[in-house]
Design a protein around this ligand. Structure first.
Ligand code: GDP
Ligand code: ZN
Length: 307
């Protein structure tokens, strides 16, 4: 039988990439351009982006370069995709404050390069948002202003992705992630503006994760469960290390290893704020976010989540 195959048996292992996950089967794309479905156990742990060796019906997963996870409302941890390089953080007017910082920290923890997409640049309100974000983030991450709806300003993002990056978009519902995926990759053909209706259907809607090659190069992963989530889970020590604006000053040499940069003696961040090398308003944002993340963590612990 298949699972008794030895190395020298006639069916050869071929290396492929998981490009779609349908729960009980995955689609594998091979270097030859061939694709086929392989059955998997429901919780086999395979995700889109996994590289595999396929021998008959057996999948051997190869080591991952990166893993991106999310938590659901009930505290369960899910792997979103494997071997991603970049995380696109999508915002539009009325986006939640703190979201970009949380998402940048989450990306850095997962060793993905974050970038920011400012969508809906066809609206007047967006100019103010863009000016503010460019001032804060321009030194730390790339910022791409565009309009997914009007399909304007897409070229720099297309060029960036074409450098061979594999990415996924995050952002609150309504910022235009489906519209953006449609604009960059017409083959995806997602419904736009239907989120609230869809979530009403809950688990009856099949959630298929897919990986799409872009015409000009690069790949985008679409995972419906991830697309819909607004808040990114991070921990206080991750925030303290990777907050955009701190990390850019290099390795922080605070007196205490677990310094939260609040009132601790010998804190390198407080010194940089005093020297005006870190702007006071960014430090204030950090302190506010730290308070939020601490209370998230307390709440999570009281619900019995593991950190
Ligand atoms: P998602 O929830 O993040 O996937 O957002 P959708 O792509 O479903 O878009 C939410 C709403 O924003 C829809 O009504 C879209 O038509 C609208 N929208 C998306 N992109 C743009 C844009 O660039 N400009 C404007 N004005 N509206 C947009
Ligand atoms: Zn410190």
């Amino acid at each position: 039988m298949a699972n008794k195959l030895k190395k020298n048996d006639s069916i050869e292992a071929s290396r492929g990439l998981i490009t779609a996950h349908h729960g009980v089967e995955v689609e594998v794309a091979f270097a030859t351009g061939k694709r086929r479905m392989v059955r998997v156990k429901r919780n086999s742990g395979h995700v889109v982006g996994d590289e595999v060796e396929v021998t008959g019906e057996i999948l051997l997963r190869l080591p991952r370069r990166t893993e991106l996870r999310r938590r659901d409302g009930g505290g369960g941890i899910h792997l979103v995709a494997a071997n991603l390089d970049v995380l696109g953080i999508v915002v539009a007017p009325n986006s939640q404050a703190g979201f970009i910082d949380r998402a940048i920290v989450a990306a850095r923890v997962a060793e993905l390069h974050p970038f920011v997409v400012v969508n809906k640049c066809d609206l007047e309100d967006t100019a103010l948002l863009l000016a503010g974000l460019s001032r804060v983030y321009a030194g730390a991450v790339s910022v791409f202003p565009l309009s997914a709806k009007e399909r304007t300003g897409l070229e720099p993002l297309v060029a960036y992705l074409s450098q061979g990056h594999r990415g996924v978009f995050v952002g609150a519902s309504g910022v235009g992630k489906s519209s953006l995926l449609n604009a960059l990759c017409p083959a995806i053909d997602l419904k736009v503006g239907k989120l609230s209706e869809q979530s009403g259907l809950g688990r009856h809607t099949t959630t298929v994760s897919t990986l799409h090659a872009l015409a000009g190069g690069g790949e985008l992963v679409d995972t419906p469960g991830f697309r819909d989530f607004g808040l990114v889970d991070i921990l206080t020590d991750e925030l303290a290390t990777h907050f955009p604006g701190f990390e850019e000053h290099g390795h922080l040499r605070c007196h205490f290893r677990d310094c939260r940069h609040r009132t601790e003696p010998g804190c390198a961040v407080i010194k940089l704020v005093e020297q005006e090398l870190i702007p006071a308003d960014r430090y204030a944002v950090y302190l506010e976010l730290l308070g939020e993340v601490e209370s998230d963590q307390r709440e999570a612990r009281s619900r019995g989540w593991k950190n």
